[in-house]
Design a protein around this ligand. Structure first.
Ligand SMILES: Cc1ncc(CN)c(N)n1
Length: 260
């Protein structure tokens, strides 16, 4: 494995600082429940940013086959992620929420998946290969988890389950763009970083955080803990998605890959 220096910068997320509504929701200005979620996931969140896949993607040394493995799994993941948003539509009659869910589905297919398709075309992988990829155990566990929440849970469960997908990517995208700004121009993964570093992408998390914040008002501690667990599981799943792609691992144990 290429050795890449860990990120030693102090991160902006300040757990003790009061939320200032005048500044709006930002990575370093979070309302109380979002701050609680972010704090509960902090160890995994920071380990996630510092894992080899993200370090090497940031400095441009990630092996193409690892990135391709990730993109293929992610292409399939995104289809299920779109279904989760479609199921969220069935849990509400609020037109604003419905519109948000439709917009996310649209941007999954018109923005995110199309970046994946362009990369894969450059790697010589056909669309039919993309559609027929064998799903890894880790990717299946993650999508099964969010789909089961989408089928069985209420709207709030779903908003909390998709929040790590939006927020982790926005956070890492912005941090990678800042940390590796000097070399990003020649980085083969620049398009990927560019997609997630934008204010527009972050605004999806802002919408979720605002709505979750509003919906948790008056809920008891037991329910808040359930939501915290959904969120932390999601952040762990995000970590494992990259980590298993780095190892190009399809099965729970690497030796089981060879048996297939
Ligand atoms: C696994 C995963 N999680 C989140 C994202 C960002 N939509 C993504 N593309 N892939």
């Amino acid at each position: 494995m290429a050795s890449v220096a860990p990120n030693t910068n102090t991160y902006d997320f300040a757990i003790d600082e009061e939320f200032d509504p005048a500044k709006g929701i930002r990575l370093d200005n979070l309302p109380p429940f979002a701050r609680r979620l972010r704090a509960a996931a902090d160890v995994v969140w920071e380990d996630g940013y510092n894992q080899p896949f993200l370090r090497e993607l940031g400095n441009g040394t990630l092996k193409q086959e690892r990135f391709a493995f990730y993109l293929l799994q992610d292409y399939r993941y995104l289809a299920d992620y779109a279904k989760v948003h479609a199921l969220a539509l069935t849990k509400t009659r609020d037109p604003e929420v419905m519109k948000f869910m439709v917009n996310v589905q649209n941007s999954i297919f018109s923005v995110e998946s199309s970046v994946h398709r362009k990369y894969m075309a450059g790697f010589g992988v056909s669309e039919s290969e993309m559609n027929n990829v064998r799903q890894s155990a880790f990717a299946r566990a993650y999508t099964s988890d969010i789909l089961s929440i989408a089928y069985g849970g209420d709207l709030l469960d779903i908003l909390v389950a998709v929040l790590p997908c939006a927020w982790v990517y926005a956070d890492y995208g912005q941090r990678l763009a800042k940390e590796f700004a000097d070399t990003l121009d020649t980085n083969p993964f620049r398009t990927w970083v560019d997609m997630y570093k934008t204010e527009e992408f972050w605004q999806g998390s802002v919408w979720l955080i605002e709505h979750i914040e509003h919906m948790v008002q008056g809920l008891g501690e037991e329910r808040l803990q359930e939501l915290e667990e959904i969120f932390c599981n999601g952040v762990q799943n995000e970590y494992m998605f990259w980590s298993s792609a780095y190892d190009m691992q399809y099965s729970w144990k690497p030796q089981w890959d060879k048996a297939r």
